[in-house]
Design a protein around this ligand. Structure first.
Ligand SMILES: Cc1cc2nc3c(=O)[nH]c(=O)nc-3n(C[C@H](O)[C@H](O)[C@H](O)COP(=O)(O)OP(=O)(O)OC[C@H]3O[C@@H](n4cnc5c(N)ncnc54)[C@H](O)[C@@H]3O)c2cc1C
Length: 431
């Protein structure tokens, strides 16, 4: 048996109980740490991006949003209100510096590939990690590994994305090509206008994303973690090392603290000496609670760029990227686009009038280079960053939990952490 490391922090405060904070808390509990989970809201509640995502746990999600030549599409994003990506005009001035870095980050194939490699390191074993985590908390049913289908109108549409799929192959993502007959067999309810598909055979999905996060946090609490139902507002430090997280309910003493507050991480990060450009990639979902048909394997139709997944709440269509302020009111026309697309994809759903539909809007916490920040803070010892997971936060949760636990323990993680270091952005002192 390994003797306990004397320098282990006695208590780690985890700020935020979305999928990232919940996975970190669970991992720390498993490793024998005392944990305090700080969040004013319910773990996995509707306020969190983790509640409403597409539920995909895909080793193929390694391509960042910014791609070579994307800048040519920006005028369309500003004018076409019906596409999968849009920019809110009134937020454009505030968004411009982020947008500029975002476009540059994917401007060449070499950069695209580099980011893909860094995302691959986080996602390659994501389905297996989720399966063992769900089994550990006694809810193996929350993760199902029966593949993920990316559906195209025809082979020509697939070939239009050939480079992206080649990059995935180069990273050993396991996949099979599907013809029209295969698609009809695997997803009989899918509109036959889709005649080509890719089955990512190792892909998995979560059957209840919000419920999963709540169960994880509940499991951590049942195994010793304390929950403080407050918002974190700052830190106390002695000799440059964190001693407490300040909250709306008073200070929470700790020896280490992890910032995992999703889109709301920025102000806390600033207090630790770092400044990370993050923006909200606002997303939406619609959930048909009484679907007459639903795919047994989740589908992402490539013309609509939305995840169609049967969850505990019904048939969910999640997607849309609306670049804009996190606190702007939802533009439910974006959800209507998803619903229209869903009805076209699955004719068996019948007319809209007969459906009960729930709508949701949430914020992907997104850095301009498409990579999360998983890193010690620059200016306060004992504080760690775990945010900015953009489109892949559900999938990357357990790996992020393991990496952060390594950092908290002072153990060098098994992967190269430089791509996720906060130092890739300028610090406050250096701005
Ligand atoms: C439409 C859509 C579809 C998506 N589809 C997928 C997908 O299919 N697969 C995938 O892997 N990812 C997907 N994502 C991305 C994924 O959902 C996010 O990356 C992930 O949920 C981020 O998790 P998080 O824990 O960082 O943040 P959140 O889930 O937003 O949680 C942050 C938590 O911090 C708390 N908090 C905020 N401020 C404070 C404070 N001051 N003090 C304490 N607590 C605070 C909040 O209450 C919240 O509970 C999708 C996202 C969207 C919007």
């Amino acid at each position: 048996m390994t003797a306990p490391t004397p320098s282990l922090p006695r208590t780690t405060a985890v700020i935020g109980s979305g999928i990232i904070g919940a996975c970190i808390a669970a991992e720390l509990v498993v490793r024998g740490h005392a944990v305090t989970l700080i969040d004013p809201a319910d773990a996995g509640g509707e306020q969190a991006a983790s509640f409403g995502n597409g539920a995909f746990i895909s080793p193929a999600s390694i391509l960042p949003m910014s791609f070579p030549g994307m800048w040519r599409k920006v005028p369309g994003y500003l004018t076409d209100r019906s596409g999968p990506v849009t920019i809110r005009w009134r937020d454009l001035p505030g968004l411009t510096p982020w947008l500029w870095r975002f476009l540059l980050s994917g401007a060449t194939e070499a950069r695209w590939r580099r980011t893909a490699s860094s995302l691959h390191a986080l996602l390659a074993d994501a389905p297996e990690r989720h399966r063992s985590l769900a089994a550990r908390i006694g809810r193996a049913d929350l993760i199902r590994q029966n593949g993920l289908i990316y559906a195209f109108r025809d082979r020509a549409a697939f070939q239009g994305d050939a480079l992206g799929w080649q990059i995935r192959r180069d990273h050993d993502v396991t996949m099979e090509e599907l013809g029209a007959a295969d698609l009809a067999r695997l997803v009989p309810c899918l509109n036959p206008r889709y005649t080509f598909g890719i089955l990512v055979t190792s892909g998995a999905h979560c059957t209840d994303p919000g419920g999963y996060v709540g169960t994880l946090a509940g499991w951590a609490a049942a195994n010793g973690a304390r929950h403080v139902p407050a918002a974190a507002t700052g830190f106390d430090a002695r000799d440059g090392r964190v001693t407490a997280v300040r909250t709306t309910l008073g200070p929470v003493p700790c020896d280490a603290a992890v910032i995992a507050a999703g889109i709301h991480s920025g102000p806390l990060v600033y207090l630790t000496g770092d400044r990370v450009p993050m923006t909200a990639e606002r997303g939406y979902h619609v959930e048909v609670t009484n679907p007459a048909v639903a795919p047994a394997i989740p589908v992402m139709p490539q013309d609509g760029k939305m995840a169609n997944t049967l969850t505990a709440g019904g048939l969910r269509a999640a997607g849309q990227v609306e670049l804009g302020a996190a606190d702007a009111p939802p533009d439910w026309r974006r959800a209507d686009i998803l619903l229209d697309h869903l009805l076209r994809c699955y004719p068996g759903l019948g007319p809209r009038a007969g459906l009960t539909v729930r709508r949701w809007q949430g914020n992907r916490p997104s850095t301009p280079d498409g990579l999360p920040v998983i890193s010690p803070a620059s200016g306060m010892a004992g504080v760690f960053h775990a945010f900015g997971h953009g489109h892949i936060g559900l999938a990357a949760g357990p790996k992020t939990g393991a990496l952060i636990a390594d950092l908290v323990e002072g153990t060098p993680p098994a992967i190269d952490m430089r791509p996720y270091a906060v130092s890739r952005f300028r610090t406050k002192a250096g701005r």
